[in-house]
Design a protein around this ligand. Sequence first.
Ligand SMILES: [Zn+2]
Length: 455
Amino acid sequence: MVNSSVTLIEVSFQRGLHLPELDLWLDPWDGKPQAFVSHAHADHFARHESALCSEVTASLIHQRFRLAESRIEAVPFQVPIVRDGFRLKLLPAGHICGSAMLHVTRLKDNASLLYTGDFKTRRGRTAEPVNFLAADTLIMETTFGLPTFTFPNPLEVDAHILRFVHDAFADGETPVLVGYSLGKAQEALAFLTENNIPALLHPTVAAMTVACRGAGFEMLPEPVEFRGYAPAGHVVIVPPNAIRSKLMRGLKSKRTAMLTGWAQQPGSKYRYRVDEVIPLSDHADYPGLMECVTRVRPKKILTVHGFAREFAADLRTKGHNAWCAMGGDQLELSIAQIAQRIGSTTGPRLVRAICPLADFSDLCRLVGETNSRVAKTEFLASYLRGLEEDEDLQLAAVWLTGNALPRRAGQRAVAGALGAPDRGPAGGFVGAVKFALQGVQKRVQKRVHGKFRPS
Ligand SMILES: [Zn+2]
């Protein structure tokens, strides 16, 4: 039950979310003494001294990242544990197998907090169904936090996959489904198995499938590894980074489909360079995010990942006390107004200095951690639109394109850090910066355009 007059549990943000009263970090990207690891995706894991997670995630991070068992504290779902005057409970998040949300209650006054980690409301085949619990503070992921991201009915998505597979078979081609090696790949495998369609798995997908089976997901079939040849009637499942690998190049007459929530963005199949995009996502869509807010009934909401600022702003127009956890809500509010709000009792209690460098490094991290060029562009566009001074925009452009560093090495380093290593020296990324700038006012675009032109 949400308490109406309670002092909210304190949350701070410094290269990750932190609960100072418990000294517990939530999915931080650097190793910490104590951290909650919501799931076994690489962008949510670091080598912590003590990692609190679900039993399945414990098994996956032990197998995937070789973290010693002595540093992992595995807690079953729904079983409360008490620590330093707080009750902690893990709830299924529905994102991938083992993914968990963390519910925290301060015992002295029942103040509560729910951290979702990555989650989805659609029921997956290989993830425990999501289970929300009411909380005073909600920290939620907002990858798809725009109303345009409303995914089709799951049955339509299933039909789309079957149509793609059978069309390829009919044309004598091998259908290749592209999805993350942990999560999406097993969803695809489970679906194909239900439909008696045999699948060959890229070695990294096979390894993750073995790990999921080892963690108790035995409904997944024994993986059969793809070795460069697929007999007729077989589907190949590969991760996005392997789609143009040497192993895949050996497969002639193939047809590729990317499984992603970004499928709904116009032109996404050209950006992913695949034949088709199918909107199968492991994240909540916009209605799913709203469902989370409705079910949790929070007094305060902090948003992380993706369209965090936009979703928080949207929630504020609906009367919620919602803020982007990384700050940067100055898209609408002046810095002075934010400072005033931080000091007031009605505004966000988030303890965070307003720091342009932190915003810039957060942007780089977000861009670097997604493989989606569409997502990279959206993050950039959102960031660049928020820069009010021409001077700031010029500075950002110079650093983002690597021009601030000695030419070649600098560009390569920036390209690598931002996840564009396969596109030549920052070429794809420079392109994305230019593309993002299309959303920026013409006046500014004109003045800084020269800075983006790769020579
Ligand atoms: Zn994830």
